[in-house]
Design a protein around this ligand. Sequence first.
Ligand code: CMP
Length: 139
Amino acid sequence: AIQRTFSIIKPDATARNLTGAINAKFEEAGLRIVAQKRIHLTKAQAGEFYKVHEARPFYDELCSFMSSAPIVAQVLEGEDAIAKNREVMGATNPAEAAEGTIRKEFALSIGENSVHGSDAPETAAVEIAYFFSGLELVG
Ligand code: CMP
């Protein structure tokens, strides 16, 4: 079925001018960018977005990193968009990511891993609503 998923191009990637290269990977995979904006999160805003990871040892480092430079927040649409996006991103740890994936090609480490993508329809809905209003989603 046609789905929408939430995506972030992370600070390590925007800093290295990889926004276009990453978007090309999404579009080549058949994902349509139906919303997109470049923003610089505060640490508190990053903390709210990643609240599910609050108890993890890397939470503070994650929130500092995600607020260290601009991100590009996006909504991607397509057939099985959540699974397709996860396939194009590759494994969270770039050392384990498959050949040709975004993280294999561009990620620097498990933290500075270039992209975020929703892991399920429920989280996609919450994450999209955190960044975008319905009016900003243009299929
Ligand atoms: P993301 O999909 O954005 O969701 C949570 C993020 O936490 C994850 O990608 C990683 O970038 C980050 N993360 C996971 N494990 C670690 C770790 N061990 N150290 C630092 N960051 C991590």
